[in-house]
Design a protein around this ligand. Structure first.
Ligand SMILES: Nc1ncnc2c1ncn2[C@@H]1O[C@H](COP(=O)(O)OP(=O)(O)OP(=O)(O)O)[C@@H](O)[C@H]1O
Ligand SMILES: [Mg+2]
Length: 159
């Protein structure tokens, strides 16, 4: 049997309390298999961003479990979450969140360095990835000089 890479069980997230309480996500369960592409759709305010923030280890559920590989995100100490995000999660934020002072190459190489590669190894790997994405001619550019689609591709390879 193929092991899921992510298992979500009965996840609920509330904000506020008493009269101002909002149940942003109510009792969501799902499994994601390796290589699977999952789209989350729903009207504005239906809880998509709240759910994604929890799946990415940026926000804790009020109830339920989120398992990534062997790690149960909901049991892990707050201080362990950055490491889980580094190893398992890639976010492409709507406004990209690239580091504006670093070139495209260095934005991407930073992930490898945080993962223990030397600067040289990380830059070679970053160059390879960016070349595969058709950005060989933009390696030394700062993010502000890129088009929206180019920024999106760099962000997809960055922390
Ligand atoms: N930090 C917060 N404090 C209080 N309520 C919140 C908070 N974040 C989200 N909510 C509420 O939770 C509900 C879900 O919000 P969420 O941002 O997850 O929706 P969404 O599906 O991403 O919407 P959109 O399509 O507009 O981006 C909304 O009613 C919102 O007002
Ligand atoms: Mg949203």
């Amino acid at each position: 049997m193929i092991e899921p890479i992510m298992q979500v069980e009965n996840v609920t997230r509330r904000f506020g309390s008493n009269v101002t309480e909002v149940v942003a996500v109510h009792d969501v369960s799902l499994r994601i298999l390796p290589g699977e592409v999952v789209l989350i759709m729903g009207p504005s305010g239906s809880g998509k961003t709240t759910l994604l923030s929890m799946l990415g280890g940026l926000l804790r559920p009020s109830n339920g479990r989120i398992q990534i590989g062997k790690d149960d995100l909901t049991q892990l100490d707050e201080s362990r979450l950055p490491d889980v995000r580094l190893r398992h999660i890639g976010f492409i934020f709507q406004d990209f969140n690239l580091l504006s002072a670093l070139s495209c190459l260095d934005n991407v190489a930073l992930v490898g360095q945080l993962n223990g590669m030397t600067r040289k190894e990380a830059r070679l790997r970053a160059q390879d990835l960016l070349e595969q994405l058709g950005l060989a001619h933009r390696l030394r550019f700062l993010p502000e000089k890129l088009s929206g689609g180019e920024k999106q591709r760099v962000a997809g390879m960055s922390p």
